[in-house]
Design a binder for this molecule. Structure first.
Ligand SMILES: C[S@@+](CC[C@H](N)C(=O)[O-])C[C@H]1O[C@@H](n2cnc3c(N)ncnc32)[C@H](O)[C@@H]1O
Length: 190
């Protein structure tokens, strides 16, 4: 079964941080397998090169065989879910510390027919959540995946910032878009 990842954008604006994550997701799953929903008309162009763009919310699409990735779900996503679901829906929500638990009230609540799955008890960025789900759907059990629970980004010789979210470790390196590191360095140096 061909899988589609759907990012329901739930931030008030299309922040640069969101765009960086969305591009990173597209690089991981491919443009053909990625949908962005709930996108204001003025932002459609910014995303068109990364996936299919819809102004409509996924909550009004009534998709069959859909799974919402929700940190509050009772069941862990497993490789067996590969043949059960065609659509994997995630919140286009930036991380917050402490986690505000927005996925339930802003997304899952409006998708009563969709099945909910979690991918561990820690908050991941949307791009890392997609990457984790992709690994599981490719057959890797969750317990076999490697993570770090806080990433440190070096800004210059004396400063660094901590990102208190869970990141995948890929070949020993945290799975963070180089564009995000560049963005944070630029932001912190002003
Ligand atoms: C940065 S998280 C949002 C977390 C946020 N604290 C909240 O309010 O729910 C962005 C999206 O990634 C997915 N996600 C992140 N961590 C997850 C987890 N542990 N289990 C399931 N989904 C997760 C969810 O779809 C979530 O909406």
């Amino acid at each position: 079964m061909n899988h589609f990842f759907i990012i329901e954008h739930l931030e008030k604006e299309m922040y640069e941080w969101c765009l960086i994550e969305y591009k990173h997701i597209s690089q991981a799953v491919g443009k053909k397998n990625l949908w962005f929903t709930n996108i204001p008309k003025k932002d459609r162009k910014k995303l068109a090169k990364y996936g299919s763009v819809f102004t409509e919310s996924v909550t009004s699409m009534h998709l069959k065989n859909a799974c919402v990735l929700d940190p509050e779900a009772n069941k862990l996503l497993s490789p067996r879910d590969k043949s059960r679901f065609q659509y994997f829906i995630l919140g286009g929500i930036l991380g917050d510390d402490p986690p505000q638990k927005r996925t339930g009230p802003e997304l899952s609540r409006f998708l009563p027919e969709a099945v909910k799955r979690h991918i561990g008890d820690r908050q991941m960025s949307t791009d890392n959540a997609v990457y984790t789900a992709q690994q599981i759907l490719r057959g890797k059990a969750f317990r076999k995946l490697a993570f770090i629970d806080t990433a440190e980004v070096t800004i210059n010789k004396v400063e660094s910032i901590l990102l208190p979210y869970r990141y995948n470790l890929v070949h020993g390196k945290s799975y963070i878009s180089p564009k995000l590191i560049h963005y944070l360095k630029k932001k912190e140096s002003f």
